[in-house]
Design a protein around this ligand. Structure first.
Ligand code: GLY
Length: 404
């Protein structure tokens, strides 16, 4: 990908910073994995083994961040060429691997998409492919069949009806694990599960104004939407910014996996809705409907995820002019994030300031958040070294099927 000198310099500086901080942090982290920064800028950590679950009636997501740390080490390795970063990623992967049998959460996709799959891509070590496939089987097992199709439930053990009835928009960003597994295992049941979920999400999550629900509870067995609601957004009917990025990523990847331009067109429309709400800003508010308006808490992670998704849309888009427009929107957001929100302060261990994990739960409400760091750094690397972390997608064939 051709980028101008200033852009290359800005992205290189950000990845230099990432690699330096990540390798420094490895010396003090012990077996904890970073997830959000504390107000003093240091990382709050969690063991990789911490699964999701109910604490009474309250749902806790557990450690769905651990794979991103492995991914950041891999990105650091690819950016600097340092063998130490790859070795540390391999060590961390040993701590994450057990989670590939976790039956409690759709976030198993996030965990292994950012760790085992790029580790396999970089090293060719089949052990990582096996870990990825194991995780994909758990994700596929979350499929709930209804009279109208099927969806992947997001939260809880499969036999717990509280979670089984619901799905979240984040699940869309977990689907690429299924799509990868379909190719890796030559087993289309993974692809069918992913596409069925994407179809259910298209039907139940997208509001007439093209914003998306964070979560939907389905009626069983009819598969009708019983209600749309939120867990991490401002309100049940509000426009949670991060969720829109997850949706665009998921529909773009569904287009890639199925070769269908209809999913790509939907990804474009959902991206436009986000960009329209973002306006001239760089960092999205954590929720576009927070009544605080310009004073709302920011979420740089939402912008980074959307920029990453726009790069993927650009790679798939067969119309060269439209592809270029998407690419320059993505690069524009990334450049602005580098200029306005990069943390060059060593006391702050994160890369990107002003991310927001969960405002309603007051967890990392104004912090560096590990998923934001990952999608940001992955996007920068996709621009500087396309294909290094994972295969670059083939442009879709305008006749409707993917071309090599
Ligand atoms: N579990 C994904 C998210 O919180 O956005």
């Amino acid at each position: 990908m051709i980028v101008d000198r200033e852009t290359r310099a800005a992205f290189t500086e950000a990845l230099d910073l990432l690699a330096r901080k990540t390798l420094e942090d490895e010396k003090t982290l012990g077996v904890g994995f970073p997830y959000v920064t504390r107000p003093d800028g240091s990382w709050d950590t969690m063991y990789a083994s911490r699964s999701a679950g109910y604490d009474g009636e309250a749902w806790s997501h557990g450690n769905w961040f651990c794979g991103f740390w492995v991914g950041l080490l891999l990105i650091s390795h690819l950016h600097t060429g340092k063998a130490e970063a790859l070795e540390l990623a391999r060590e961390r992967m040993r701590m994450v691997a057990d989670r590939s049998g976790d039956p409690n959460t759709h976030d198993i996709g996030f965990i292994f998409l950012s760790s085992a799959l790029p580790a396999f891509h970089i090293t060719g070590d089949e052990t990582y492919a096996e870990i990825g496939l194991n995780a994909a089987r758990q994700l596929r097992a979350r499929l709930v069949r209804t009279d109208r199709g099927a969806y992947v439930s997001s939260w809880g053990p499969h036999d717990d009806i509280r979670g089984r009835r619901s799905s979240a928009i984040d699940t869309m960003a977990n689907l690429p694990l299924l799509y990868w597994a379909a190719g890796q295992a030559r087993d289309d049941s993974f692809l069918v599960a992913g596409e069925l979920h994407a179809q259910a999400t298209e039907r139940a999550f997208i509001r007439p104004d093209l914003s998306t629900y964070h979560a939907v509870e389905y009626d069983l067995p009819s598969g009708e939407r019983r209600r749309g609601y939120t867990f991490q957004g401002y309100g049940d009917e509000s426009f949670w910014s991060r969720g829109q990025g997850w949706a665009v990523l998921g529909f773009a990847e569904t287009a890639r996996a199925t070769g269908s331009l209809a999913y790509l067109a939907l990804a474009h429309r959902l991206a436009d809705r986000f960009l329209e709400a973002l306006g001239d800003a760089t960092a999205a508010p954590w929720d576009f409907d927070d009544p605080a308006g310009p004073d709302a808490t920011l979420d740089t992670a939402a912008s980074a995820i959307m920029a990453n998704a726009l790069l993927q849309v650009a790679d798939l888009e067969p119309d060269a002019e439209l592809a270029e427009e998407r690419r320059s929107q993505a690069i524009g957001i990334l450049r602005d994030l580098c200029r306005e929100h990069l943390s060059r302060d060593d006391a702050e261990r994160g890369l990107l300031r002003h991310g927001c994990y969960s405002r309603p739960h007051n967890i990392g409400p104004d912090a560096a958040v590990l998923f934001g760091e990952y999608y940001f750094a992955e996007a920068l690397l996709m621009v500087l070294k396309p294909g290094a972390l994972r295969a670059t997608p083939a442009r879709l064939d305008p006749a409707g099927s993917a071309t090599p």
